[in-house]
Design a protein around this ligand. Structure first.
Ligand SMILES: Cc1cc2nc3c(=O)[nH]c(=O)nc-3n(C[C@H](O)[C@H](O)[C@H](O)COP(=O)(O)O)c2cc1C
Length: 226
């Protein structure tokens, strides 16, 4: 089985949000698709271990904000690499409420759904939602695709993402190995990997005040790879 073919599948990047009683919370998802147009229904796959999963089940509703290529990558760090169990994810985020659900303004727009069914897999719940509200934020850049997130933003996906490929980490190791094998004059000067989100910095030296553009961690969280 060649699971590399999964890399050819297309997705967007979303902040899927809900209410934790009276507190907004949510996580990054890429596994969203429209199932029907009338009535409009949407499916999203959320890991059992994600705090967002239990909050969605308790509230019976969710929203998703569609991130654009210009959305702050810090949103992905906050919502995709931290848990609402530990942090108040919407603290300091520019958001508004739509049909009772929080939605992120730094996006192309949003959809709000009422959960009408769920399906359990070994690791994830597939939520089926009927759309109750939707809006376009005029003037936003193109929607961010999952491929753009990987190729341009140079981000990674954590293990809870349904599309996580262990090979991603192996590919990183192989790329570093290839670099190492090149003659000295062809070598890139240095590669530092963020130990929180996997972002790779390439340069002569990692500036001591460097902040990861995705998860906002400092230089101390970066490890030089050979
Ligand atoms: C690019 C990207 C895509 C992701 N896609 C999904 C997804 O589709 N489903 C999922 O359950 N988790 C996904 N995740 C992982 C969650 O966002 C992550 O585990 C998050 O920390 C969970 O937060 P929570 O515990 O507050 O719910 C993704 C993360 C990233 C960075």
């Amino acid at each position: 089985m060649n699971t590399n073919i999964f890399r050819s599948m297309s997705y967007g990047v979303y902040v899927t949000a809900t209410m934790d009683k009276d507190r907004p919370t949510g996580c990054i998802t890429n596994s969203i698709m429209q199932i029907t147009s009338s009535p409009a229904t949407i499916a999203v796959s959320v890991n059992h271990d994600n705090y967002t999963n239990s909050c969605m089940k308790a509230s019976g509703m969710f929203s998703f904000s569609i991130l654009s290529e210009q959305s702050d990558p810090g949103l992905i760090g906050r919502f995709g690499f931290q848990s609402g169990k530990d942090v108040d994810k919407f603290d300091g985020i520019d958001y508004e409420m739509a049909a009772g659900m929080p939605v992120v303004k730094d996006s192309c727009g949003y959809v709000v759904c009422k959960i009408i069914d769920t399906m359990e897999t070994a690791t994830h719940t597939v939520f089926l939602g009927e759309v109750v509200e939707a809006e376009v934020y005029e003037g936003a850049a193109d929607a961010m695709t999952y491929a753009y997130y990987h190729k341009v933003v140079k981000g990674k996906s954590p293990k809870n993402a349904p599309t996580y490929l262990p090979e991603e980490d192996e590919a990183e190791g192989a790329a570093a190995q290839k670099e190492e094998e090149k003659p000295a004059e062809e070598k890139k000067t240095g590669r530092w990997v963020c130990q929180v989100c996997g972002y790779v910095y390439e340069g002569d030296e990692l500036p001591p005040d460097f902040k990861c553009p995705i998860c906002k961690q400092g230089a101390d969280k970066f490890k030089k790879v050979q």
